[in-house]
Every structure is written in structure tokens, then in C-alpha cells.
Design a protein around this ligand. Structure first.
Ligand code: PHE
Length: 341
């Protein structure tokens, strides 16, 4: 009654295979599944319904053929869909065209890089690196540095007091005192560390910031040694053509005192936006150690002289790496820090 059943089944299988091979999306495959295997209208489902009207002799072979085609088509649909997932939607299949994944690498903070570089330049001039506490007494932070406690710098508005007479150091200069108390001259030290001031947290100020202090004490040290040392430092850090300029200034613990500028590293002194058109960038305060400071540590102020200086390595890092906002240095954002790897 239905002699063509097996032929119709193979024709259907061939057609389904061709259609599935052309499918380009999971959606197209789903439409094909419905078209061939759909519970009601599926072409194969319809054919299988006709099996019941076959003769008892024909039925087993036709039924087996129908089942084989059904399994073949649904397996092919599944395999094709898995292939699409792997390729386009990031499944299990390996995509050899993807770029390799590098493991994440940490980096040293730009200020640390600059501090290490500065220390390396001064190491060549005989300076040793030392540290001191960030919580200080007002004697180390002010009094021993010839700064009376009624000086504006010691005011509640400018300094973080932890307890009466104890504060977060407002500069690294108290480590001058601690070093001289511990060692006899000759002294050549460099002191990196944090300092704290009640400054606003904006693009160019931070209430906690790095300082780098220097101190040299010996017999016969003069202002010439200060100028030569700082000029050598500037050339070592910023390049051989860099020059320095000293402007008269005041610090209670040095006399005479100076603000030290370097020729702008960006424009070489011609004037640009970084140096506000002046050709110079201020990088530190400096001066000859005040005799009163020697007296507070029991050094013979008639026998010894020395110089001291203090700079802000964060400012230097910002200048060197073109960092526009000081807050970037304190956000611990790995996307920022990664750039220094
Ligand atoms: N301590 C000074 C400051 O924080 C810098 C300085 C250090 C000046 C040593 C002279 C000598 O501003």
C-alpha cells in the first residue's frame, strides 16, 4: 500500500542533512528541528504516523528505517548546534586565534621608583638611606629643629596631633635630629618617608605625602658643598644638561636657606605649561644647618657645619611621568599602577 515509504524516508533524510548543513545559527537549527521533528507538524512525525497503515510485512523494516532517520536527524541537529556554540559563543571549543592571556603583573609605585632613583644618585655621593617614626613628639618635629611651638607650622590647624605633645610628623626633618643623636659626624644620610599636614586633598595637595630629606654634617662643609651636591643630584636625576637655581628663603632649622629650582625637564628652560612659562620648577627647600639645631643634639656648633634639604618625590614623579592629579598616586587603582610595570 505504501511501497515508497523507505524511499521517502531516505529522501527526507538527505534533504534534512542539506538544510542543517546550511544553517548558520541556533535559531535556524531550531526552526529545522520543528520542521522535521516537531511533535505535530514535523515532516518526519507525519511520515511516522503513516507507518500504522502499512502491511505487517512492510511495517518492521519501515519502522526501523524511520527510527534510524529520526535519530540521525536529531543527532545531527545537536552536533551542529554544539559546533555553533563552541565557535561563536565561547563554549568549550578552543579558539586558536585568541591572543594569549598574560598573567597579571604587579608594578612598583611611581613614587617608589623615583625615591629609589634619587637614593641611587645620592648613594654615589656617599649618602646612606635611613628611616624614622611617622608618629613624633613635638620636640623632634619642632623644638629641636629651632622651631618654637608658637610657630604657625605647629598650630592645631596645620598639624595632626595624636595626643598632647605627640603628632604625625609634618616633615621628615625630625629624622635629622634622631640621626645626629645616634651617630657622630661625619654624617651623610637620605631619609625617605611619609609626612602629614592638614592640607586639602585636591589635584596638587595630599594630607599624607612622601618627603625625602637629606643631611650632611662634617668639619668644613660650606654652601659650596650644598650647591655642588644638589647640582650633581639634578644632573644625575634629570639629565646632564639640567641646571639649578637657588632663591633665598627661610626655614627655622637652616641658615641661610634657599628654595631650589631645576631647569624645566619638559622644555629645557624655554618656558612651557609645566613650568608656567618660567623655565624653572621648584623641587626642594635647603640650607646650612642652623647652629641651634646642632646644640639641641649636643654637637659642637663651632666645629661642625652641614647642610640639609627636603623634597617631595610625589611632585617629581608627577613631573617625570606626566601625572596630572596627585590623587592618582593614592587611589591604589591597578589600572593606573600597571602602567609602571
Ligand atoms: N622640612 C622642610 C619642609 O618640609 C624642607 C627642608 C628640609 C628645608 C631641610 C630645609 C632643609 O618644608
Amino acid at each position: 500500500m505504501n511501497p515508497g515509504m523507505i524511499d521517502r524516508l531516505s529522501a527526507l533524510e538527505e534533504e534534512a542533512r542539506a538544510e542543517i548543513a546550511r544553517a548558520r545559527s541556533a535559531q535556524e537549527l531550531e526552526q529545522l528541528r520543528i520542521r522535521y521533528l516537531g511533535r505535530r507538524e514535523g515532516v518526519l512525525t507525519q511520515l511516522m504516523k503513516e507507518l500504522g497503515s502499512l502491511s505487517a510485512e512492510e511495517r518492521p523494516a519501515a519502522g526501523a528505517a524511520a527510527n534510524r532517520v529520526k535519530t540521525a536527524v536529531s543527532t545531527l541537529l545537536e552536533e551542529t548546534r554544539a559546533g555553533l556554540d563552541g565557535g561563536a559563543a565561547g563554549g568549550d571549543a578552543e579558539d586558536l586565534t585568541l591572543p594569549g592571556r598574560a598573567t597579571w603583573q604587579g608594578a612598583r609605585h611611581p613614587v617608589t621608583l623615583v625615591v629609589d632613583e634619587i637614593c641611587a644618585v645620592f648613594a654615589g655621593l656617599g649618602f646612606t638611606r635611613v628611616r624614622g617614626p611617622e608618629a613624633e613628639t613635638d620636640w623632634y618635629n619642632f623644638t629641636a629643629l629651632n622651631t618654637p611651638l608658637d610657630h604657625p607650622a605647629a598650630d592645631m590647624h596645620d598639624t595632626f596631633y595624636l595626643a598632647p605633645g605627640v603628632l604625625l610628623r609634618s616633615h621628615t626633618s625630625p629624622v635629622q635630629i634622631r640621626t645626629m643623636q645616634e651617630y657622630a659626624p661625619p654624617i651623610r644620610v637620605l631619609v625617605p618617608g611619609m609626612a602629614y599636614r592638614r592640607d586639602p586633598f585636591d589635584a596638587s595637595h595630599a594630607p599624607a605625602f612622601e618627603q625625602l630629606e637629606g643631611l650632611a654634617v662634617d668639619e668644613g662643609i660650606t654652601f659650596v658643598d650644598l650647591k655642588a651636591t644638589l647640582a650633581e643630584f639634578a644632573r644625575g636625576l634629570f639629565g646632564a644638561r639640567t641646571t639649578v637655581r637657588f632663591r633665598p628663603s627661610f626655614f627655622p632649622f637652616t641658615e641661610p636657606s634657599a628654595e631650589v629650582d631645576v631647569s624645566c625637564i619638559l622644555c629645557g628652560g624655554a618656558g612651557c605649561s609645566a613650568c608656567k612659562g618660567t623655565g624653572w620648577v621648584e623641587i626642594m627647600g635647603a640650607g646650612m644647618v642652623h647652629p641651634a639645631v646642632f646644640e639641641s643634639v649636643g654637637y659642637d656648633a663651632e666645629r661642625y657645619t652641614g647642610f640639609a634639604f627636603g623634597m617631595g618625590p610625589a611632585r617629581i614623579a608627577m613631573m617625570r611621568y606626566g601625572i596630572p592629579d596627585i590623587r592618582l598616586l593614592y587611589e591604589a587603582d591597578v589600572r593606573f599602577l600597571e602602567q609602571f610595570a
